[in-house]
Ligand binder design. Structure first.
Ligand code: ADP
Length: 275
């Protein structure tokens, strides 16, 4: 399989060598005895946006959850292979999953603010982590980064649940930013939002993608094409017993995946022939 990160030719569109933030090696996930996704090996570039696309059930969310060990919380889920983060397999027995989750934040599909004030939503994680600095300043910075500050600065003590859906999702992104992660995972972050709110989140992602490593699962191919630098296409396949499992078909720069993919399955998917 072609990998954009194995290209060391220094081609014009790739003037600097990409740094790898996270790498999966032969990563497979089972739910009970069911193999959900098989032997995924890919390298996620640092400070870029990588999109996972593919038909429903091909394992995009399952692989996403491996990057911060969220599958640990699903009874019966089992992971094989490794996820290397700064030279260390995060599945090694001496790794603390809560430390992984602090460094690799997750934004869910549906905005899920706590039933607390806007301020306390953002301050929650830093307080738990024993943040010693100026909390007001941290809250403001996170809200500014999430392009929400101007809309909420006069009502920080109001309930986060009083915000619109799009504002709630930006609040959840700000809450993730407040714990100062290195990587942000997003599982269909615009799925429940209207088109205007979706565009605002996409603009925000493009801005954040310069400073953070972002991995986004999306059902929306146009969204992947608009916001991401790299795209991994997943699909399902039948094993010899006729049981369906997911696998990664192709991973490359987004423009390559959408304009001249190496694999016929990818071509058929991005041109809308299935999925
Ligand atoms: P996608 O995100 O591409 O839609 P998922 O990762 O959600 O795919 O699902 C991949 C496969 O794993 C599917 O067969 C799905 O039914 C199964 N699966 C996902 N989550 C669970 C779970 N919590 N328990 C059991 N099976 C699951």
């Amino acid at each position: 399989m072609r990998s954009p990160l194995s290209d060391k030719s220094g081609s014009p569109e790739q003037p600097t060598r990409l740094e790898v933030e996270l790498e999966t090696r032969d990563l497979s996930v089972y739910y009970g005895s069911h193999l959900a996704v098989k032997q995924v090996s890919l390298k996620i570039p640092k400070n870029h946006i990588t999109a996972f696309i593919g038909p429903s059930g091909c394992g995009k969310s399952t692989i996403l959850r491996c990057f911060n060990r969220m599958n640990d919380l699903i009874p019966g889920a089992r992971v094989e292979g490794s996820v290397i983060f700064h030279g260390k397999n995060i599945y090694d027995p001496d790794v603390d999953p809560s430390e992984v989750r602090r460094r690799v934040g997750l934004v869910f599909q549906k905005p899920n603010p706590f039933p607390k004030s806007i301020y306390d939503n953002i301050a929650f994680g830093p307080r738990i982590n024993g943040y010693q600095g100026d909390l007001d300043e941290l809250v403001e910075r996170a809200l500014r980064q999430a392009v929400l500050w101007d809309e909420v600065k006069d009502k920080l003590r109001m309930s986060a649940l009083s915000l619109s859906g799009g504002q709630q999702q930006r609040l959840c992104i700000a809450r993730t930013l407040a714990i100062q992660p290195e990587v942000i995972l997003m599982d269909e972050p615009c799925a429940s939002l209207d088109p205007i709110s979706t565009l605002r989140i996409e603009e925000l992602l493009k801005e954040l993608g310069r400073r953070y490593t972002i991995i986004i699962v999306t059902h929306n191919m146009q969204q992947a094409a608009r916001v991401s630098d790299f795209t991994a296409f997943f699909n399902t396949e039948l094993d010899e017993r006729g049981i369906r499992y997911g696998r990664m078909v192709e991973f490359d720069r987004t423009e390559k995946i959408f304009n001249s993919p190496a694999n016929r399955e990818t071509e058929e998917y991005v041109s809308g022939r299935f999925g």
